[in-house]
Design a protein around this ligand. Structure first.
Ligand SMILES: [Zn+2]
Length: 309
């Protein structure tokens, strides 16, 4: 008897479950429609709301992949934009030569504009003969003395700077010459490019005629003479130290305490090969002479000194 009753109970139960399921489906469908209407009314797109408000997963087959795809696409786009920005910043920096921060750039610019910041003992002035004024001697092929002088001046300056000196390369009539106070001032010139005779070869070094510090300036001249001769192999052209050299204008502009000298590195005509083909030997000779003086060394004996007075 238990069995038929159980069967009857079962069929009643199945009917109840079927009704309950149908009611549930209707309710779920209504709530899903309401949810969609809510979204349309609020005009907001919240991808996950459809999934959460769908109790029986009726819409899940359609709605779940779409928000997931959009979310992935969004993350992908953010990553792409981020990488793009980083690359752009890198390329921009490289293209502009890794720019120095502005305060640094300004301070280094100021240092070049105000050369008086280094103490006189660490400062060296080199007048690049004729620079900023005229060409000096001119060769037939157009080579000028000013070009040769400047090439040598720059080489000497580079060597001195590598030893920690502050070097000013000055124009022939540089405004900075007035009252110039430094460890020394050297003016670099070269002689004529016109053929005079076979004796027009060699270099000359001189100091100002009426020196206030003759001992120091004689030592500067002696140091330059011996070291330059040793480096270049050129001979000292003793008899042609001219009034232009001993009354050289810059000597009367600089501070009296600044030892000054002028060098004629050679004749552009007969000594052209060494002046233009071996400029490093020329620069080395001048550099050695200046270091000799700066290190308080002696040049040659006085009997060998050029007669500058
Ligand atoms: Zn000259």
């Amino acid at each position: 008897m238990k069995k038929p009753k159980a069967k009857q109970d079962d069929s009643v139960q199945r009917e109840n479950v079927r009704r309950a399921q149908e009611a549930g489906k209707r309710q779920a469908a209504t709530s899903a429609r309401r949810s969609v209407d809510d979204d349309r009314n609020s005009r907001r797109f919240v991808p996950d709301r459809h999934v959460n408000n769908d109790p029986q997963g009726m819409q899940s087959h359609v709605s779940v992949p779409v928000p997931a795809l959009i979310r992935r696409a969004f993350v992908f786009a953010v990553v792409i934009v981020g990488v793009g920005l980083v690359l752009y910043a890198l390329i921009k920096n490289l293209a502009s030569g890794l720019p120095i921060p502005l305060p640094l750039a300004l301070s280094s610019q100021r240092a070049e504009e105000t050369p008086t910041s280094a103490p006189p003992a660490q400062r060296i002035g080199i007048v690049s003969g004729h620079k900023g004024n005229d060409s000096g001697s001119v060769c037939q092929d157009g080579l000028t003395e000013a070009q040769v002088n400047y090439d040598i001046a720059v080489r000497v300056a580079t060597m001195l700077r590598s030893q920690g000196y502050t070097v000013d390369i000055l124009d022939e009539f540089d405004a900075r010459l007035k009252g110039y106070h430094a460890a020394l001032l050297l003016s670099v010139h070269a002689d004529s490019c016109t053929y005079v005779n076979d004796l027009a070869t060699g270099f000359k070094v001189a100091r100002v005629l009426d020196s206030k510090i003759p001992q120091e300036e004689d030592r500067l001249v002696a140091c330059l003479t011996t070291r330059y001769m040793a480096s270049t192999g050129l001979r000292f052209h003793q008899n042609t130290v001219t009034f232009d050299m001993t009354k050289y204008h810059a000597f009367y502009e600089i501070d009296e305490r600044t030892p000054g000298a002028i060098i004629e590195t050679g004749f552009l005509y007969l000594d052209r090969q060494v002046l233009t083909q071996k400029p490093q030997l020329v620069a080395q000779g001048i550099y050695d002479g200046l270091i000799c003086f700066l290190n308080n060394q002696q040049g040659m004996r006085s009997r060998e000194n050029p007669k500058s007075s």
